[in-house]
Ligand binder design. Structure first.
Ligand code: C2E
Ligand code: MG
Ligand code: MG
Length: 579
């Protein structure tokens, strides 16, 4: 052999040895790496796992081979993981992701994974993932996040998180024009309890107070501990003052119950201040400052009471309380009456029926409008009782008319809460059969909001009413919001155009266009149309021209006593005879 060839063979052997040595070095590095190194094919199937894999995720060595890693990824992270792999396998940039992965013992561990696409690399031909267990760091971060936002003693949000929530609620309310209430609850004389009974008892009382406060709130409100002995409750959609005051009253009575102490029961009380957006505050800062000020005025007024920030709101609440107290007695004291407003057929001018409207004659305050007391009845839970009385009285009257040979269609209003909280179909069925009137002569007027609040449930109730033979109409149409797709599915008979559109129908082209559109819509949906609040001939002429069938309003008659309506319905000869 020539010496030159020998030299080349020796060089080759040397190179080969060097490659082998280098390969071993890399293998040792990968094998002993603290992080998991896995190699996957282009669809994600694992073709190599380093020993760290079984140490970190707990499965026997080699278990990952032949499978994709996605099966063990947390359901909340898996879509992100698939997407990241797809990006990685089809691109050339490295990809970084943090995700939860199921450990063999069933727990979730956090992995921080870096991926490199080496599918084209002749020595690898795969997607390489390097994953590190960062569970402890993640838990520490979560804990830090929790501590920054929550109060450790009570588990409630703290001042910082509450401030965010209030700011968010203010931003939303500005858009949706909703009303917000912020309630500040201070535990009275807490410092004294703490000093005299010790911090342990003090802490225990605060924890129980937080529990009691949470029990007093609805699902949509949030409570926070914003200071040593102070809590805040946010009502992001406080449409009714009544709901807020009811919650305040519940908290006062809950806090007045004894708290079990180490040796004996401890008695505390609370003072509550309420501010409202937009009534008295237009920002998160102002809301919380004003709620605080109102709470201090509650303390000054002798504690164990609630105060609103403004005098107007305090007065409104006062008046509501007077109404509520009066309402509780109104039926017993026979202060309620129904009046009837005629509905006419526009083509013939004949009275086809009437709407029953409730009147309350308060012994001290005189006649109170249903527009004022129905909302109070709804909030105080009295609307069920009042609504039932209305239906009974109307049915009794229908029977009287039927005995006279008259058969007007009588409409009864059912309020939103009454419709949602009570079984109106069952009540109608009971009352009509007790009064022995045919359900065909009864009509139920529902508002858009009552129907649309829970449209699916409304469809069921309206269908039940229809099965009984009762007519159902939608009141004040155009003032709420209606989903057209639900409107289509609701078997309604009649649509009542709200008075506000009728008022300017003959002078305002927008109102005229709206009314024409409503009439067309109703007719297309197979409903008849009635206009409310018709006061003059021009309005009547317009409505007749555009195909509205019925009307109601001062032009045809004010709400009147039943006897008066009777004489209007009787044929002229009989009317003369009875006069
Ligand atoms: P609504 O059901 O839309 O009743 C029509 C209201 O418009 C009545 O007011 C009626 O007096 C008034 N009105 C009728 N024609 C005209 C008109 O030509 N011009 C003007 N400016 N007003 C007219 P009322 O009786 O004060 O009732 C107010 C609301 O209170 C009713 O609105 C209804 O939502 C509610 N309500 C009345 N009675 C009851 C009841 O028994 N139960 C329930 N849940 N709500 C009732
Ligand atoms: Mg009505
Ligand atoms: Mg109406």
């Amino acid at each position: 052999m020539k010496p030159g060839i020998l030299k080349s063979v020796a060089t080759l052997l040397q190179v080969d040895g060097e490659i082998q040595e280098r390969e071993e070095r890399f293998r040792a590095l990968v094998q002993n790496s603290f992080d998991i190194i896995t190699i996957h094919d282009s669809v994600g199937k694992t073709i190599y796992e380093s020993p760290a894999a079984s140490r970190i995720v707990g499965y026997p060595p080699g278990s990952l081979i032949g499978r994709t890693p996605f099966r063990a990824v947390h359901p909340a992270d898996v879509d992100r993981a698939r997407e990241a792999f797809q990006t990685l396998a089809t691109g050339s940039d490295p990809v970084f992701i943090e995700l939860r992965y199921r450990h063999a013992d069933g727990s979730w561990i956090w992995l921080e994974t870096l991926g490199n696409n080496l599918l084209e690399h002749p020595g690898v031909r795969g997607v390489v993932l390097t994953s590190r267990d960062v569970t402890e760091r993640k838990h520490a971060e979560e804990r830090a996040q929790y501590l920054a936002n929550y109060d450790v003693l009570t588990g409630l949000p703290n001042r910082t998180l509450m401030y965010d929530r209030v700011s968010q609620a203010v931003a939303n309310a500005k858009r949706s024009r909703e009303r917000i209430a912020l309630m500040h609850v201070g535990v009275d004389r807490f410092k004294m309890i703490n000093d005299s009974l010790g911090h342990e008892v003090g802490d225990q009382i605060l924890k129980s107070a937080a529990e009691r406060i949470k029990r007093c709130m609805g699902d949509s409100s949030t409570a926070a501990r914003v200071g040593g002995d102070e809590f805040t409750i946010l009502f992001p959609a406080a449409e009714s003052l009544g709901d807020v005051t009811a919650c305040a009253a519940r908290i006062l009575s809950e806090m007045a119950r004894p708290f079990p102490g180490a040796r004996e029961d401890v008695f505390v009380s609370a003072s509550i201040g309420v501010s409202m957006f937009p009534d008295d505050s237009r920002s998160a800062d102002a809301l919380s400052k004003h709620a605080d000020a109102a709470m201090h005025s509650a303390k000054t007024l002798g504690r164990n009471n609630y105060q609103f920030f403004t005098r107007e709101l305090n007065e409104e609440v006062q008046q509501r309380m007077v109404l509520e107290t009066g309402l509780r007695l109104a039926l017993k004291r026979d202060e309620m009456r129904l009046v009837y407003q005629p509905k006419v057929n526009l083509a013939t001018r004949e009275i086809i029926g009437a709407e029953a409207l409730l009147r309350w004659h308060h012994p001290k305050h005189g006649l109170i409008s249903p527009a004022r007391f129905i909302p109070v009845a709804e909030e105080s839970g009295l609307v069920g009782q009042i609504g039932e009385w209305v239906l009974r009285d109307a049915c009794r009257q229908i029977r009287d008319w039927q005995e006279m040979g008259l058969s007007p269609q009588i409409a009864v209003n059912v309020s939103a809460r009454q419709f949602q909280q009570y079984d109106v179909a069952q009540l109608v069925s009971d009352v009509t059969s007790e009064a022995q009137v045919s359900p065909e002569s009864l009509e139920i007027e529902l508002t858009e909001s009552a129907i649309m609040n829970d449209a699916e449930a409304s469809i069921v109730t309206v269908e039940k009413l229809k099965c009984l033979g009762v007519r159902v109409s939608i009141d004040d149409f155009g003032t709420g919001y209606s989903s057209l797709s639900y409107l289509k599915r609701l078997p309604l008979d009649l649509l009542k155009i709200d008075r506000s559109f009728v008022r300017d129908i003959s002078i305002d082209p927008n109102d005229a266009a709206i009314v024409r559109a409503i009439i067309t819509l109703a007719h297309n949906l197979g409903m008849k149309v009635i206009a409310e609040g018709v006061e003059d001939d021009a309005q009547m002429a317009f409505l007749t021209e555009y195909g509205c069938q019925y009307a109601q309003g001062f032009l045809f008659g004010q709400p009147m006593r039943a006897e008066e309506l009777t004489s209007r319905m009787l044929p002229r000869e009989e009317r003369a005879a009875t006069n």
